[in-house]
Design a protein around this ligand. Structure first.
Ligand code: 5GP
Length: 147
């Protein structure tokens, strides 16, 4: 597989955008969608994607769309910061399977870090309960509404 493979419209995030599979959504505009990661590395781990950019990775998106995606990342990270009050926040983005990318629709991870709590494995393990994700998402959504 090349570092930037061709975009596959059947990838799981494209299906989430089209509403073909469920997700716990945090925020949505015509351009941006933020939703909870179903295999969270920590409480509040969420993902931000551009809905219209058919980009597999960072090298595959035009700058205007990237700028609006990054503004979305900053906004959602602010909601995580205010809603969950973690001790730190990692923003992570993988390019290419050897780097750890498993879903080939460009996305940014927002991973809250809590002192004394180790992060879970990337993209694995058992999926979180939808109710647990909803509870965390409620706090993030409330913080976003107040921002
Ligand atoms: P990547 O490995 O491509 O950087 O990240 C993909 C992320 O998507 C992983 O953190 C993984 O847990 C998450 N993920 C995989 N499948 C699904 C899914 O069906 N729904 C949601 N919400 N997240 C998913």
């Amino acid at each position: 597989m090349s570092l930037t493979p061709a975009y596959d419209a059947e990838n799981i995030f494209a299906k989430i955008i089209r509403g073909e599979i469920p997700s716990v959504k945090l925020y949505e505009t015509d351009d941006i969608l933020a939703f909870m990661d179903v295999f969270p590395q920590s409480d509040g781990h969420c993902l931000v994607i551009h809905k219209r950019a058919t980009a597999t990775d960072l090298f595959d998106i035009d700058r205007e769309m990237l700028a609006s995606l990054m503004a979305g990342v900053q906004k959602i990270a602010g909601g995580v910061k205010d809603g969950l009050k973690p001790d730190g926040i990692r923003i992570v983005q993988f390019n290419g399977a050897p780097a750890g990318q498993t879903v080939f629709h460009l996305h940014f991870h927002i991973i809250p870090v809590y002192e004394g709590r180790a992060l879970g494995a990337h993209a694995g393990g058992t999926p979180a309960e939808a109710s647990a994700l909803e509870e965390l998402a409620d706090k993030i959504r409330s913080a976003l509404l107040k921002a």
